[in-house]
Design a protein around this ligand. Structure first.
Ligand code: IMP
Ligand code: MG
Length: 179
């Protein structure tokens, strides 16, 4: 155990994550067989999840990224800022959005509106984690890796102020660094 990990409690191990990703990838592979969707990863948080997920699917795809930001520390600022848009033309294409975590739903609501405005054929939403917040969205979240309680989690791409993204499992923070 490294010094870094002593501040953290294991929440979902890399094996738990890997097993669930196999199932999620199979679900996607059944849905897309011989089509070529555009998979849009939402930076920064989804980069590890996205990299692992796309290497488990068995259909051809194109990859792009969007970058949005709404968090300051552990709290949402209530406003979503677009920092990088997609570059691929997705008009009349099938699109898969890959997100790390949905909490209040604010970010996904923004992403869905923004991507819908490009008139894709359809949109499938995949998120590794969904907090059991009662967010109300007027579209479905199609594939959820894990439903979790509302604790703040880090690792496997998720951060607290840019830290902990490189950890290969998901962790909750110990109270001493929650302050
Ligand atoms: P929402 O807009 O409230 O749904 O929050 C979604 C975004 O907030 C995600 O894309 C994450 O970047 C970030 N976020 C929410 N909860 C957590 C967490 O527990 N750990 C790390 N990032 C989080
Ligand atoms: Mg994010």
């Amino acid at each position: 155990m490294t010094k870094l990990n002593t501040e953290l409690s294991m929440y979902l191990s890399k094996d738990d994550i890997n097993n669930r990703l196999e199932e999620m990838a199979n679900q996607l592979s059944e849905k897309y067989c011989d089509e070529c969707p555009v998979i849009i990863g939402i930076l920064n948080g989804s980069f590890v999840f996205m990299a692992d997920l796309i290497r488990k699917i068995d259909f051809e795809c194109e990859i792009d990224f969007m970058k949005v930001n709404s968090y300051v520390g552990k709290e949402t600022s209530g406003k979503v800022q677009l920092e990088k848009d997609i570059n691929i033309n997705i008009e009349n294409r099938r699109v898969i959005i890959v997100e790390d975590i949905i909490d209040s739903g604010l970010t996904m609501d923004y992403l869905h509106k923004h991507i819908s405005a490009y008139n894709p054929k359809d949109i499938t939403i995949v998120t590794l984690l969904s907090k059991n917040n009662s967010y109300t969205l007027n579209f479905n979240i199609d594939i959820v890796g894990f439903k979790i309680t509302s604790e703040f989690v880090v690792g496997y791409g998720l951060d607290l102020d840019h830290r902990f993204r490189q950890l290969d499992s998901l962790y909750t923070l110990e109270p001493n660094i929650l302050a």
